[in-house]
Design a protein around this ligand. Structure first.
Ligand code: FE2
Length: 216
């Protein structure tokens, strides 16, 4: 199994933002392994590795370009590890066909959104992709929150705007959770211990992801 450390710049830990991303990745990976261990079709160790690797692109970008990390992660891994590359580019986009959400996530950067759409058009949305999308969205740093509480958390802090695009995004994530619940046989929120309260203090600030911006 690959390790995230092998793919990071030498001085990555000098940047507190990178340390938070690393800790968030561990949180995602632990949830992914736990959920995958309850689904026969999934390999828990592979799920753990995907969780660790999904944000690798973020370590190579300044904060104001972090929205490009799905595609940059893909580029880093596409030649030798195509399966992980696909996890990287897909993890922020629960509905590959929702062009408005993709453009919104890319902060209105049309060339970036176009490049992401191009890559997503060649990817099959499989169960590992569902798993990492779900685990990413419920993970903070060492803490878990329901998708609904995380959505409220983003809205309350003006990280995300409540509009048709972000509500549709929320619904797609809820349908992914339902699908995984069915496969596991019970409620994933109970399995991972997700808090339903968006007011509950998060140990440290979670990384900003899935940002919703009004379309220009
Ligand atoms: Fe991410």
């Amino acid at each position: 199994m690959l390790r995230l450390d092998e793919f990071l710049p030498d001085d990555w830990s000098a940047e507190p933002r990178n340390v938070r991303t690393y800790e968030h990745s561990m949180t995602v990976a632990n949830a992914a392994r736990l959920v995958a261990s309850r689904i026969a079709a999934l390999d828990p160790e592979k799920a753990y590795m995907y969780g660790m690797m999904h944000d690798v692109g973020k370590f190579y970008l300044p904060a104001n370009e972090a929205y490009k990390h799905p595609r940059i992660g893909f580029k880093l891994l596409e030649t030798k590890h195509n399966d992980i590359a696909e996890i990287c580019v897909s993890h922020a986009f629960p509905d590959f066909s929702d062009l408005e959400h993709i453009l919104s996530y890319c902060h209105g950067d049309k060339p970036e959104a176009h490049a992401v759409c191009e890559l997503l058009s060649n990817i099959k949305h499989d169960l590992y992709i569902d798993l990492i999308q779900f685990c990413d969205k419920v993970s903070g740093i060492g803490t878990y929150m329901t998708i609904e509480a995380k959505y409220d958390w983003y809205i309350e802090r003006d990280i995300m705007i409540q509009n048709d695009v972000t509500l549709r995004y929320l619904e797609t994530l809820q349908s992914i959770k339902k699908k995984l619940d069915k496969l596991v046989g019970y409620d994933l929120y109970a399995l991972i211990g997700a808090s339903q309260n968006s007011k509950e203090p998060v140990r440290k600030k979670v990384h900003v992801d899935g940002r919703g911006c009004s379309l220009q």
